[in-house]
Structures are given as structure tokens and as C-alpha cells.
Design a protein around this ligand. Structure first.
Ligand SMILES: Cc1ncc(COP(=O)(O)O)c(C=O)c1O
Length: 377
């Protein structure tokens, strides 16, 4: 069944791409783009969607939409993609780095509370690798401290917290539609909101001819109605035609991927020296970027472990993210984040094949071989 679903998706993409091309829907805002924005927003549970040329631009536009002042503080994890942090710097806000929780590797709510000051204006969270953050606690903290909330759901298309989709909890939620993500435009992104003013400001930031008539009716924004802010960050309609097929099949894909992850969880559980990211209470994974996360305690043995994985043809990748809080381009303050710093060397991802035909028996044998060679316990 999984195999046929993937084949169906490939065929539908070829058809839809060609239809878009033949209809000359290759730039601007043809129906395929408008429909995708509407369908995506309603799938997540938001009123408005606006597409971008990538997720990074969607995040930068969403920060711009909040109409903050220079040096206002944006709370963000360092364990994140660099462009989310770069967007804070590009707009001249100040990133304040928050650590992650050692079990779930999602934002640490205690550290978050400690980092809030009178200058804090916004919290930007990411649901890493498809694992939802503790949204109940986060929405409470945000409300109590009068912060705006942006969710970066680039890894977590269709993931749930308490049966609500991630991306529905925030003032603005952003999704990358880059080629390795669950919904793929090749390159692309989308931002969602219920707030019309945020929508118009995002439109101004990256689109110059999108909401002209609405902008004309807004006293503060009408002078920009024809030019926007002179950036052109719109999505490619051909990419969106591909992404629209992924959106329609996301629920089924997430179901199959959840089955794979649940089975791997149970296999890994039998070993003490390897663990995985703990799923927060009430959270259901979705999207699943990067692969299945594994944390090796005995990291000195990793080279030999990698050789055994290679022998069994299972791809093992190192952690993708950098210690951004220690990099001059993002931060000049001394910031120590104990968990974020320690996880970088122990964290690896197991590749899940495109056709979702992960071989569990082969994986079990691989781990047994590691154990036999005293590499894991
Ligand atoms: C968590 C996260 N946010 C944002 C982005 C940026 O998305 P894009 O590559 O579409 O600009 C990425 C890209 O991988 C990401 O992993």
C-alpha cells in the first residue's frame, strides 16, 4: 500500500506539473497558488495563507509582520536552522537563546521563563524533526508574558498536539516547502495567520502586487500598495503545483511514517546506551524531517558503529545544526546552553527510504551486531 501511495503521488505530480506548465501558470499568482494557500491554511486551521519562495523568507516576513522595534528581544532556540535566527538579525531584533529539554529536545520551558525580560516581544519556536513542543505550557507562558508566538513548523507538517495541528497555536506559523520537507515545492514556503494586518504586512514584505486594493484602504500601508518593500519573494507556481499533491496525501504519508517510527521506538527501547527523542505528552509526530533521531551515549565508539551501519546499508547522518549562540554572526553575548551544546556530538539520524520500505529485521540485526561487538548495551 505504501509503495502504491508513493507511485500515485509521483504520477499525480507529473500530471499536475505539466498541466500548470501547459496552462502557462508559471509566474505570479495563478489559481494553483491561491488554491494551495487556501487549502493549506484550512488544513492547519488558520484563516489566511501566503506563499513565499522559501521557508526562510516566510519566517522573516512573519517577524516583520509583528511591527516590533529595533533591539526588541526574540526568544529562540539555538538548536534551530540558521536562517530563522538570521531573520531576527536581518530585521535588527535581538535573538535571546533558549536551551532545549534533555528528553524531548524541544524548547526547555524553564529556561524560557528565566530568559524573559521586559524587552521580550516574541517567542519563535521550532517543532524539531517533526516532534511537537509542549504547546500547553508554551501558550500559557506566551499569554502570561504578553509575547507574540511564531511557530516554525518546517519539520512538522501535519504533526499534532492535543489533537490540534501544530501551526494552529501561534500568531503566525511558517512552513518550509523545500525539497526534503514533507510538502515539497522544491524551494518554497508558506506563512499562516488569522490576523489580516499580519497578512498584509507579510504581503508587503515579500510581494509587491498582491493585496493592492486592501492596502489602499489601510491609511498606514497604502503608500506601499504598489511596490511593497521592493522585495520579490513569491513562490514559483510550478513548485506549488508539486506541493499541492503532497498536501492532499499528507495525512496518509504521516500515518505510514508514524507506524515506522513507532516500530523503531520499540526496537531501540531494548538498548540502554542508545535512546531517541522523547515525544512530549499529547504530541503526535508528523512531517518527519531528517530521519529517525538516535542519541548514542558511548560516542567514542561511533566510528565503529558507523561501519556496522554501513555493512547493513543503513544510512546514519550526524546532527545537522550548529551552535548558533556561539557564532559571532548571531550572538555577541556569552551564552551557555548545556543541553544544546552537548547534544550536537551524540545526535544522529537514520535515513528512512523514500519508498518507506524500512527493513526492521535488517535494523534489528544491525543493532545486535553492534551489541555483539560491545559497541552498544
Ligand atoms: C527548522 C527550519 N526552519 C526553516 C528552514 C528554512 O526553510 P527553507 O530552506 O525553505 O528556506 C529550514 C530549512 O531546512 C528548517 O529546517
Amino acid at each position: 500500500m505504501k509503495f502504491f501511495l508513493i507511485i500515485k503521488i509521483i504520477i499525480l505530480k507529473i500530471i499536475r506539473l505539466n498541466i500548470s506548465f501547459l496552462k502557462r501558470e508559471i509566474s505570479g499568482y495563478p489559481n494553483i497558488v491561491k488554491k494551495f494557500e487556501k487549502d493549506f491554511a484550512s488544513f492547519i486551521g488558520k484563516n489566511y495563507g501566503i506563499s513565499f519562495c522559501n521557508g526562510s523568507s516566510a519566517i522573516e516576513a512573519s517577524l516583520f509582520a509583528l511591527d516590533l522595534s529595533q533591539n526588541d528581544e526574540i526568544l529562540v532556540t539555538s538548536s534551530n536552522f540558521h536562517s530563522s535566527i538570521g531573520s531576527i538579525k536581518n530585521l535588527k531584533f535581538k535573538p535571546i537563546f533558549v536551551d532545549i529539554d534533555p528528553q524531548s529536545l524541544t524548547i526547555d520551558c524553564n529556561d524560557l521563563k528565566n530568559k524573559i525580560t521586559s524587552k521580550s516581544k516574541c517567542l519563535l519556536i521550532v517543532h524539531p524533526w517533526g516532534y511537537p513542543c509542549k504547546m500547553q505550557e508554551i501558550t500559557k507562558i506566551v499569554k502570561e508574558n504578553n509575547l507574540k508566538l511564531i511557530e516554525d513548523c518546517s519539520h512538522a507538517h501535519g504533526a499534532l498536539y492535543d489533537n490540534k495541528k501544530v501551526g494552529s497555536f501561534s500568531d503566525i506559523s511558517c512552513f518550509s516547502l523545500q525539497g526534503a520537507k514533507a510538502i515539497k515545492a522544491g524551494e518554497g514556503g508558506i506563512a499562516l495567520t488569522n490576523n489580516k494586518n499580519f497578512l498584509l504586512r507579510m504581503s508587503l514584505y515579500g510581494h509587491f502586487n498582491r493585496h493592492q486594493s486592501e492596502l489602499m484602504n489601510d491609511e498606514n500601508l497604502k503608500e506601499f500598495s504598489k511596490t511593497g518593500f521592493s522585495k520579490k519573494l513569491r513562490a514559483h507556481p510550478l513548485g506549488i503545483s508539486l506541493a499541492s499533491v503532497d498536501l492532499e496525501n499528507l495525512v496518509n504519508l504521516n500515518k505510514y511514517k508514524n507506524e515506522i517510527y513507532n516500530t523503531i521506538d520499540n526496537i531501540i527501547k531494548k538498548y540502554n546506551s542508545i535512546k531517541t527523542m522523547e515525544l512530549n505528552d499529547k504530541a503526535t509526530r508528523g512531517g518527519f524531517f531528517g530521519g529517525y533521531p538516535v542519541i548514542f551515549n558511548d560516542i567514542e565508539k561511533i566510528d565503529e558503529i558507523k561501519k556496522i551501519f554501513e555493512k547493513f546499508k543503513i544510512e546514519l547522518y550526524p546532527y545537522h545544526w550548529l551552535p548558533h549562540h556561539k557564532m559571532n554572526i548571531f550572538n555577541s553575548d556569552e551564552t551557555k546552553l548545556i543541553v544544546s551544546e552537548s547534544i550536537i556530538k551524540n545526535f544522529f539520524m537514520i535515513k528512512i527510504p523514500y519508498f518507506l520500505n524500512f527493513n526492521f529485521d535488517n535494523f534489528k540485526k544491525c543493532l545486535l551486531d553492534c551489541k555483539k561487538n560491545n559497541l552498544i548495551k
